[in-house]
Design a protein around this ligand. Structure first.
Ligand code: NAD
Ligand code: PRE
Length: 363
């Protein structure tokens, strides 16, 4: 593989391509984004070697194309590939959050000797754009790859080879199953998170404290409502059939719990919470799956003033981000410990190195 074309240089495109650039420096990478500024930033950050002027002229010269645009645009690009001359055996993959729309093109593309391997890295952020991208974003995350035709098996293996260094966990699935499952675990929860925010706003008319006290749990459950609305509009429209069914089921469940609450039924209200807790506690929380994983590091801290800020200063000056910090067992005259959480083992390894003057350990 000598030439790759990345279309869409945002959070996901930037994260993928910087990983590829780092681990496959000999591959020539050409980038294209609807906003030229995004391509320029990607080039200045060393993610791509060259900026394309348009889609068609470069698409006809490369071995592999990555479509990392919003889902509707990726489908459009897939259709455009049917209209132009491309290299024999061209591989096309995407990063879209829905898969059925694009995968309907697999047969037509294969008839043109273009191998479509749908892709979906199940990791991301509510922050979008190339400047938020990270080459280790997909570490330990599930990465779903999709194709129907056995003639695409070799292309599937090539995509997997190319992306192996992301350290993602690759799984195969049909597009149909993918859209159903992600509807349940990602798209429908997104509707609920945004709806909770709307509910908060509406209730500020009753009391301004509704806004002030929206901390802790409310923030946790609504973080994803800060995501890019254009992207989520397209995901929602692409997966609308599943979403409508899930909403009908949810409304039915809400009706049931509403009845339990208005009846004041303590046993069944308890069962509602307890069965949810039992199921959630068993979810694969330590792996990156249904719930985001963290990579923890324990740091022994002498119980002296200023020690915690020293640790955070060291991390800050090395530009290492933490996702959580917790003080453990600080008692008078004995060593306390800090539990620092990181988004990836890469960040944690860098922290271990930066904090070499402290005793650090992982469990
Ligand atoms: N954000 C996430 O958490 C996440 C996770 C996994 C997959 N995805 C999927 O990955 C894709 C990209 O998402 P993102 O989070 O990187 O979004 P993003 O907004 O950060 O980046 C999208 C980029 O595509 C560019 N773009 C838009 N239309 C274009 C067009 N017609 N031609 C060329 N470039 C165009 C935008 O300018 C932007 O730079 C989406 O399909 C999304 O569903 C997102
Ligand atoms: O962590 C987040 O902010 C995300 O929204 C990530 C998330 C998800 O729902 O899990 C969002 C959409 C993608 O298709 C995959 C991952």
């Amino acid at each position: 593989m000598q030439r790759i074309f990345i279309v869409g240089l945002g959070l996901i495109g930037g994260s993928l391509i910087s990983n590829i650039k780092y681990h496959h420096p000999h591959i020539h990478i050409i980038g294209y984004d609807y906003f030229e500024k995004h391509s320029e930033i990607a080039k200045s950050m060393g993610m791509i070697d060259e900026i394309a002027e348009d889609f068609e002229s470069v698409a006809s010269t490369v071995d592999l194309i990555i479509l990392a645009t919003p889902v509707k645009q990726s489908i459009e690009y897939g259709k455009r590939l049917l209209e132009i001359e491309t290299k024999n055996g061209l591989i096309v993959t995407d990063t879209g959050s829905t898969k059925l729309g694009l995968s309907t093109l697999e047969t037509d593309l294969l008839n043109k000797n273009i191998h479509l391997i749908g892709g979906h890295p199940m990791a991301g952020s509510h922050k979008s754009g190339v400047t938020n991208s990270k080459k280790h974003l997909f570490e330990n995350a599930y990465y779903i790859l999709i194709h129907d035709h056995k003639e695409n098996e070799v292309a599937h293996d090539e995509v997997k080879w190319l992306l192996e260094q992301t350290k993602a966990k690759f799984i195969k699935m049909s597009a149909k199953e993918h859209d159903y499952v992600t509807g349940v675990v990602s798209h429908f929860p997104h509707v609920i998170a945004s709806s909770l925010i709307h509910m908060n706003e509406e209730n500020t008319q009753v009391s301004e404290y509704v806004r002030t006290l929206a901390a802790g749990g409310f923030r946790d459950i609504t973080r994803i409502a800060s995501s890019n609305a254009d992207m989520w509009r397209d995901i929602t429209l692409e997966n609308k059939d599943h979403l409508v069914t899930l909403m009908e089921n949810w409304i039915e469940q809400m009706e049931q719990i509403k009845d339990l609450i208005s009846e004041g039924n303590p046993t069944l209200i308890h069962d509602f919470y307890q069965s949810a807790k039992t199921y959630r506690d068993e979810l694969p929380i330590k792996e990156q799956g249904a719930l985001t994983s963290t990579f923890d590091l324990y740091v022994d801290i002498p119980d002296e003033p200023g020690m915690i800020s020293k640790v955070t200063q060291i991390l800050g000056s090395n530009r290492i981000s933490i996702t959580n910090i917790r003080i453990l067992e600080v008692r008078e005259d004995i060593m306390g410990a800090l539990r620092l959480s990181f988004k990836s083992s890469y960040d944690r390894d860098r922290a271990i190195e930066a904090l070499s003057t402290f005793d650090t350990y992982t469990l």
